[in-house]
Design a protein around this ligand. Sequence first.
Ligand code: AMP
Length: 434
Amino acid sequence: MKQTIEQKNLLVKFSEMGLHPHIMEGLDAMRFETPTPVQEQAIPRILNGESILASAQTGTGKTAAFLLPVLSQIEADPKPGIQCLIVVPTRELALQIDQNLQGLSYFTGVSSMPIYGGGDGTSFDQEKKAIQTGVDVLIATPGRLNSHFNLGYVNTDNVRFFILDEADRMLDMGFIADITRFREKLPKKLQTLMFSATMPQKIRDLARQIMENPSEINIAISKPAENILQVAYSVYDHQKVALVGELLKGKDLNSVIVFCSTRKAVGVLERKLSKQGLSCAAISSDLDQDEREQIMLDFRNRKITVLVATDLVSRGIDIANIELVINYDIPNDAEDYVHRIGRTARADTDGMAITLISPDEQHKFRRIEQLIEKEVRKLPLPEGFEPGPEYRAEGGKPRNKSRHKSGKPRNKFQKGKRKPGNNRNRQTNKPQQG
Ligand code: AMP
């Protein structure tokens, strides 16, 4: 079953990787024919017993890159109790990994259970039962896993794979202490697989703390796929809602995501777009679990055309054929722009991303343009709109000052502008959790 590193370089087909025949049947059924680059690099090393630190984003096939070799080894040599613990930042990602796992393990005897917060008492009891009867693979969000650990019945004696997916996201959400605590509860001898879209120093520090001599794999694409057409508008804040309406009005679009950085903006925009007659729903961590799942289902099934979302869905969620992504505002983290627009143009289809840049956001957009090493084309506002502010590619304050609805330039300390030293009403664009 195990591969040597020398052999690895020659492997390009799943059939030559030494995966269990039952896993090969699952691959066949899912019509995965050729390994993606992250799979090509990770699968032989994981089968070889190595720990892995991989920078790979959603869309690269990273889920199967860790599931295939892990499921294969569990199927070949099953042990009683939990054998693999996967920790992820959000319930959506837990569910998505479980769906992938169910497909890939269809012809095996491997069992799995996603466990996440937000459900009712019944789901907690079901999770508890699965843990006590020894489900093979547990896919958990940190908070919920902590709750089960604290009740004392989680037996980790036979855990041999510890997987962290979207580690950078967990770092952003403040889960790092939980992760080191989970590591302490697991057996000393353990294969740890850590996947992260970005590789900041803090992630490397965490890796050093919880794993020994990991093999590094670097598949990070911090540039958007070539087949995404990217354009932007330089607009005043008060023009944004009307512009989104104009961009969507009368177009033959079935599947659009509009990203906002704050939950508040998501709610406001959704209401305004619904009033314009668009089939539209909002998704953010304000909703409970069932509501979120229902909305995602309706969006996948095209019952909803426009999904207005926080960065909750910018990472990790795989929905095919999104035709258009609109960035209603600019994310603080330039990488999030790549995640957001990566929701379109998946699986070789062309997609489009439109970004609305207010004068205060120009510096953030310039950072994005530096990251993607590309100047995104700025379009003039459509007919009927007042001209937008000048976009200053080279930095510095735009010459046209932010204007009030009336068209008059804003007074320096007018409502909505922050007085120096007054942070109380500060609007933060920090991406919000879950
Ligand atoms: P991921 O990066 O894990 O979110 O995967 C992105 C998408 O690619 C998912 O829809 C997977 O089902 C699909 N996928 C993963 N590996 C392969 C493969 N080798 N061939 C075809 N599709 C794949």
